[in-house]
Write a protein that binds this ligand. Structure first.
Ligand SMILES: Nc1ncnc2c1ncn2[C@@H]1O[C@H](COP(=O)(O)OP(=O)(O)OP(=O)(O)O)[C@@H](O)[C@H]1O
Length: 385
């Protein structure tokens, strides 16, 4: 295996909506829906579609729970901005209520993973189950294509559609989309795939979009306005346990529940003489293992397993054996090089680089060697031994 430098997305060859030449009948009879959030990205996606002569129907999905305990996302401002965008372009806007579905599926998944000691990724599951799952059943099925403001693209290889990375490596969101299936990817349009974020902002300002000056949202929708620990506490309560130094086995403090802590976490441990990093957990014994030092070796690994691996389009590796790939283990702009090989009932990924903070439960997202195609993803597990 070659130890190449960290790779970024190559800057050519994007197959994005704006560059696809559709023939006139296709263009004018294509029945489009666009998912609009009230943020700047989806508004620019809608603007670009309208500039090209489309008249998409807009959908806002209500996700946060209407509770009186502060655990809800206030959607009213989003809906106001989405309505203003719809009005500007003379488009229909419908609000689709998927709150119950979100809580039954995505929140339930999140709590279940946290309880088991894993680090969940609700955004990945929201895309798979809600934005492209329940929405499809409720409204999306009536449309030829669904457009979103995700930074991603699609490309066609040998007659099949593949999820592909965006031009802007910092904004690329293919890792959040890595659990969608073939039907979903083949029906999606990503008008922003060939644009840098700066260009999107400039387009929004030039077009005087109502959301042009709005700040970017920060992932996990239902947690947007609430504190993560409060959310976890509500479902799992507190369960005090020991914080143990990994190297010495010495008890050096207490925590209020292992579920409040994530592998790789440095802040919020309440320990003196640090820096201390969370490097492991034992959910059964309710122990949190930490290691000291900015560069503690226990923060790093070179290998991990992937379980329940999901191929978006198809398995591109007809022969069993090792494949050169790029991968991500969290939302970052860096695509690490490595190899993937079958192991047990899943796969094992190995990198020539030291990988920081490998957190079981997160999705390991696999790309081709050029970090162009997003092949699929699986849940990270530690290698045995
Ligand atoms: N509540 C929602 N209703 C409908 N579509 C949504 C909603 N939230 C997100 N989306 C769609 O998913 C895309 C990605 O959303 P995400 O929140 O990850 O990114 P974002 O960069 O903050 O997007 P935006 O600037 O459009 O809010 C949005 O551009 C939009 O198309």
């Amino acid at each position: 295996m070659k130890a190449t430098a960290m790779q970024r997305i190559p800057q050519t060859g994007y197959f994005t909506f704006g560059k696809v030449e559709l023939t006139l009948p296709q263009k004018y009879f294509m029945n489009l829906a666009a998912l609009i959030s009230g943020g700047v990205d989806s508004a620019v996606a809608v603007h670009l579609l309208c500039e090209q002569g489309y008249k998409p129907d807009l959908f806002y999905i209500r996700i946060g729970m209407d509770t009186d305990d502060g655990l809800s996302c206030t959607a009213e401002e989003d809906i106001e901005l989405a309505t203003a965008t719809a009005r500007k372009y003379g488009l229909k806007l419908e609000v689709v209520d998927l709150q119950q579905e979100y809580w039954d599926r995505v929140v339930a998944y999140t709590i279940d993973k946290v309880r088991q000691g894993f680090t969940p990724n609700p955004d990945v599951m929201c895309n798979k189950l809600i934005k492209f799952g329940c929405f499809e059943e409720k409204a999306g099925h009536a449309y030829d294509r669904i457009a979103t403001g995700h930074y991603a693209s699609t490309c066609e290889r040998e007659g099949k559609v593949w999820l592909a990375t965006a031009k802007d490596p910092v904004k690329d969101q293919t890792d959040f989309l890595a659990q969608i299936d073939y039907l979903q990817v083949s029906r999606l349009l990503f008008p922003l795939g060939g644009l840098m974020k700066q260009e999107v902002r400039e387009t929004a300002l030039a077009a005087r979009l109502p959301s042009a000056r709005r700040k970017d949202s920060q992932g996990i929708c239902f947690l947007g306005k609430i504190n993560y620990n409060d959310f976890i506490r509500r479902f799992l309560g507190e369960r005090p346990g020991a914080i143990v130094e990994l190297e010495s086995g010495r008890e050096i403090g207490t925590h209020k529940g292992f579920w409040f802590h994530t592998i790789g976490q440095r802040k919020g441990l309440g320990l003196s003489g640090g820096p201390w990093f969370v490097v492991d957990k034992d959910p059964e014994k309710n122990l949190l293992f930490v290691s000291r030092g900015y560069d503690t070796v226990h923060q790093y690994g070179r290998k991990f397993r992937l379980t329940d691996f999901h191929f978006i389009t198809e398995n591109p590796w007809p022969e069993a054996g090792e494949q050169e790939i790029c991968f991500k283990i969290r939302h970052t702009d860096q695509f690490l090089p490595g190899v993937i090989r079958p192991a047990g009932t899943g796969y094992e990924v190995e990198s020539p680089h030291l990988i920081q903070g490998i957190a079981p439960g997160q999705f390991g997202v696999i790309y081709d060697r050029e970090a162009r195609l997003c092949i699929g993803s699986g849940e990270i597990r530690r290698c045995p031994g």
